[in-house]
Structure formats: structure tokens, C-alpha cells
Design a protein around this ligand. Structure first.
Ligand SMILES: Nc1ncnc2c1ncn2[C@@H]1O[C@H](COP(=O)(O)OP(=O)(O)OP(=O)(O)O)[C@@H](O)[C@H]1O
Length: 274
């Protein structure tokens, strides 16, 4: 029913107008036994748009991101993704191989801890090149050239290509994780506290880099963070979560400059006092 509705909307589109959201999230809910993870979360994400999800610890951000990205199975709801070849598809109904393919091609996931998103035992170039091989590239010279190019794009010197990520600083590891994720040209990137655990100056540089790449590549992204400075810089729109529910949503500047919900007001003012 929902898919038919989306296709009908897509057919009514004029040229050059995206009328189908890239991601259409409907009523996602997840419980852990009697404990609520998140409930009733719905939103659209449009091509090239960045959605920020903020809230205090335990508000359900990671649960929601897990449900959206296929790492967790929600108890209810739909996550409809506008695939290149088949149009809008409910990703929760995909088979495991189909989901894996989506993860290699159109979707990417940047973990808070780069160790969760990198292979620490293989070289930096191998970490990037491996993703190209996973989508069918076989020419060693071309793979190495593309890996070198991507290391440059994330400001890692080319002469570090054969070094292992464990010899990198935290900021470099995170930049390498970003290169590994973006090298295959995904359309949607999930980010879980991408600057968490980094020094403030390193955070600022990383945020600048991510913002540049997102814009340059026209990426859509869902960014979970407890840091309002991160969403202020990266996100076009914002959802504020509390106790597993979205309490306020809107354009980032609007929500942060003129919060309507009492909890959002508290969140914003507590940051301003820091
Ligand atoms: N594996 C789990 N088993 C039981 N309860 C869980 C589990 N994971 C999360 N929860 C609970 O679900 C609720 C939402 O947690 P979640 O980790 O999604 O919040 P969060 O906003 O991402 O927090 P943080 O910023 O600390 O990561 C919390 O009450 C948490 O205790």
C-alpha cells in the first residue's frame, strides 16, 4: 500500500524534482523485553539531506539507528528505501544477501569507534581497497590509485597507505573509516556519534571534512549524536528524542534557535551554559 502510494507520487513528478524520499521511515518501534527502546518514529529523508537525531543518553538514538540500518530488527514499522533498480523497497523484508549488498553499495555506516568499522590488521590502503573489491573491482593498480586518492580526500598522506590503522591517531582512524565507507559512492550514510571520543580540535576538523564530503557527494545521512554542535554544523533537519519518543522535529536552526518542547529547551539551554 505504502509502496504503491510512493510510486504514484514518483510518477506525478516533473523532471528534475525528487518526489520520492530516499528513506521513508514509518512507525518504527523496538522494545527490549519490558524496556522501551524507541516507539512511533516516522520521518522522510530526501536525497542530499542530513537528518540529525539528538537526545540524552538512553533516549533511544542508537536503537533507532540500529533499526534503520538493519543492525537491529524493529518490532514494528517500515523502513522504505528508494533503491536504484527496484524503486522503493521495505528493507526490513529484504533477504540477508540483499541487505548485505545494500550495505556494500548504497548504504554506509560510520561507527563511533573506528575499530568497529575498520579492519585493524590490514593496511590503510587495504581497508579502502577491500570495499572496492567487494563491489567487483579487480584491477590492482586501479584499486590502489583510488585508495590513494581517497586517503588524500580524508587528509591522510599517501605515504601512510601501507601502514595499519592501529598505528594511526584516533582522528586519522576515523577519517580512514570515512574513506572506507564512502569509496563505493553510497547514497545514504548512517553515522553514530562520528566525533565522539575525539579531542575538540580534532572533532572540528573532522566535522568540516564530513560536511565537505556530504555536500560534494550529495549524500543523504542520518547522524546520531548527543552533541548539538555536531547537528548544528551537519544536519538540515533535526529530531529530538526523549524516553524512546520523538518530542520535537524540524529544521535544525529553527529547533535549536526556537525550541518549542520543554525538553528541547532544557537541552539547548544546558548546552548554552557550558
Ligand atoms: N541491548 C539492550 N538490552 C536492554 N535494554 C537496552 C538495550 N539497548 C538499549 N536498551 C535500552 O533502550 C533504551 C534506549 O537506549 P539507546 O542505547 O537506544 O539510547 P541512546 O540514546 O542511544 O543512548 P546513548 O547515547 O547512551 O548511546 C534505554 O533505556 C536502554 O537502557
Amino acid at each position: 500500500m505504502v509502496l504503491r502510494h510512493l510510486r504514484a507520487r514518483a510518477r506525478c513528478a516533473g523532471p528534475g524534482h525528487a518526489v520520492t524520499p530516499l528513506l521513508d521511515v514509518r512507525g518504527i518501534g523496538k522494545r527490549y523485553g519490558s524496556r522501551l527502546g524507541c516507539t512511533g518514529v516516522s520521518f522522510d529523508l530526501w536525497p542530499g539531506e542530513v537528518m540529525g537525531i539528538v537526545g540524552e543518553s538512553g533516549s533511544g538514538k542508537s536503537t533507532l539507528l540500529g533499526c534503520l540500518s538493519g543492525h537491529l530488527a524493529p518490532d514494528e514499522g517500515q523502513v522504505i528505501f528508494d533503491t536504484r533498480d527496484r524503486g522503493p523497497v521495505d528493507t526490513l523484508g529484504l533477504s540477508e544477501p540483499e541487505r548485505r549488498m545494500l550495505g556494500r553499495t548504497d548504504w554506509a555506516f560510520v561507527h563511533q569507534n573506528p575499530r568497529d568499522g575498520l579492519r585493524m590488521g590490514i593496511s590503510a590502503g587495504g581497508n579502502v581497497g577491500e570495499r572496492l573489491m567487494a563491489v567487483g573491482q579487480r584491477h590492482y593498480g586501479a584499486i590502489r590509485a583510488e585508495a590513494t586518492d581517497w586517503l588524500g580526500r580524508v587528509e591522510i598522506a599517501g605515504d601512510r597507505i601501507d601502514d595499519r590503522p592501529r598505528d594511526f591517531s584516533g582522528g586519522m582512524q576515523q577519517r580512514l573509516q570515512i574513506a572506507r565507507n564512502l569509496v563505493t559512492g553510497p547514497r545514504l550514510v548512517f553515522m553514530d556519534e562520528p566525533t565522539g571520543g575525539l579531542d575538540v580540535s580534532v572533532q572540528a576538523r573532522l566535522l568540516d571534512l564530513v560536511r565537505g564530503l556530504v555536500r560534494e557527494m550529495g549524500l543523504s545521512a542520518v547522524v546520531v549524536t548527543h552533541d548539538l554542535a555536531v547537528v548544528r554544523l551537519l544536519a538540515d533537519r533535526l529530531m529530538v528524542m526523549k524516553d524512546g519518543r520523538v518530542v520535537e522535529a524540524g529544521l535544525t536552526d529553527q529547533v535549536l534557535d526556537d525550541p518549542q518542547d520543554a525538553y528541547t529547551q532544557l537541552l539547548v539551554s544546558s548546552v548554552l551554559q557550558v
